[in-house]
Write a protein that binds this ligand. Structure first.
Ligand code: DOR
Ligand code: ZN
Length: 357
């Protein structure tokens, strides 16, 4: 429901971010507030250097996140389990029943950052997936094949054919989020499926194509996985996000890496979009003349899919221009934020947090 909307301001139910990398240690302390400032809840990715595979690890990580977001006491991290070939289904089922795990994440082994412990063959985790289907535990999928002979720009489309379709045939009731979709193939596929299949879309995949990353010099800060694709795919994603379909929702995939790890002969994948995520998403909806669909994408579709209530608070974005800092953090922790040094046309100003319950 849109509560107030004018050309220069929009007020909506507080959004959630359904795909976030917060890291750990000093980096966690540095970045967590940016997500907690804009969002009510966030699905926390488990790909730490030692992946989050047990409920005990998830509880300890959640405590570290809550500690790092003390300035935003209303923020709620939703934890996920990192699926491995050898994981005991009971660990996940019990952790979910205890309210620790909201979902589980499938990283194909070696698909991306800290995925070397990921799943080597989906067939190996069928007992876990069956348990997830029975218990209604959502499966969050990094949907790219890793075979060296498949071109990196085709990896998502091939994943649909080789992995996703056979999986859904076997497990038609499994709740699946196809994470950070980057292709028209994935958007069309998700749209064609029943209501238990949904997708997150990042803001950068709505705003950049592969030319932005590669033409006029390589831009390591626009390198992420899945890699940005051709313009026609970006256009298809914009259409899907703004279409009003309940199958698509906000997931930034904000993924901080220190500048030195990005600007390197073998740079890491990841875009740190948390600081101005909402401003950039709203810019897309404005350009697509679909501001009236923004609340559904940002705040309603995700909770509906996960079976969670929508947030009670509201937020306002105003049409006030602002400049993105060149850099966030210092020395070894310095990060170049998405759209560094560029001017944005929207501004999010959080309300002071209430201390009452
Ligand atoms: O670009 C990405 N960065 N894609 C992922 O799948 C992982 C993420 C990270 O953790 O850095
Ligand atoms: Zn991710």
């Amino acid at each position: 429901m849109i509560n107030s909307m004018a050309l220069n301001s929009i007020t909506i139910t507080k959004p959630d971010d359904w795909h976030v990398h917060l890291r750990d240690g000093e980096m966690l302390k540095q970045v967590a507030g940016y997500t907690a400032r804009q969002f009510g809840r966030a699905i926390i990715m488990p790909n730490l250097s030692t992946p989050v595979t047990t409920a005990k690890m998830a509880i300890a990580y959640r405590d570290r996140i809550l500690h790092a977001t003390q300035d935003y006491p209303e923020f709620e991290p939703l934890m996920t389990a990192y699926l491995t070939d050898g994981m005991d289904p009971q660990e996940l089922v019990k952790g979910h029943a205890a309210g620790v795990f909201t979902a589980a994440k499938l990283y194909p082994a070696n698909a991306t950052t800290n995925s070397s412990f990921g799943v080597s063959n989906v067939n190996k985790i069928y007992p876990i997936l069956e348990a997830m289907q029975n218990q209604g535990i959502p499966l969050l999928v990094h949907g790219e094949v890793t075979s060296p002979e498949i071109d990196i720009f085709d990896r998502e489309a091939v994943f649909i054919e080789q992995i996703m379709q056979p999986l859904l045939k076997e497990m038609p009731e499994l709740n699946v989020v196809f994470e950070h979709i980057t292709t028209k193939d994935a958007a069309d596929f998700v749209e064609s499926q029943s209501d238990n299949i949904a997708a997150t879309i990042t803001v950068h995949h709505l705003q950049i194509n592969r030319n932005d990353m590669l033409v006029g010099g390589i831009k390591p800060h626009l390198y992420c996985l899945p890699v940005a694709k051709r313009e026609r795919h970006r256009q298809a994603l914009r259409k899907a996000a703004t279409s009003g379909s309940g199958k698509f929702f906000l997931g930034t995939d904000t993924a901080p890496h220190a500048v030195g790890d990005k600007e390197s002969s073998c740079g890491c994948a990841g875009i740190f979009s948390a600081p101005h995520a909402l401003e950039n998403y709203l810019q897309v909806f404005e350009e697509e003349q679909a501001m009236d669909q923004f609340e559904a994408f940002a705040s309603l579709n995700g909770p509906a899919f996960y079976g969670l209530p929508i947030n009670l608070q509201q937020i306002t974005l105003k049409k006030i221009s602002q400049k993105v800092p060149k850099m966030i953090g210092q020395k070894a922790l310095a990060i170049s934020p998405y759209k560094a040094d560029e001017t944005l046309s929207w501004c999010f100003e959080p309300e002071p947090q209430s201390n009452e319950e």
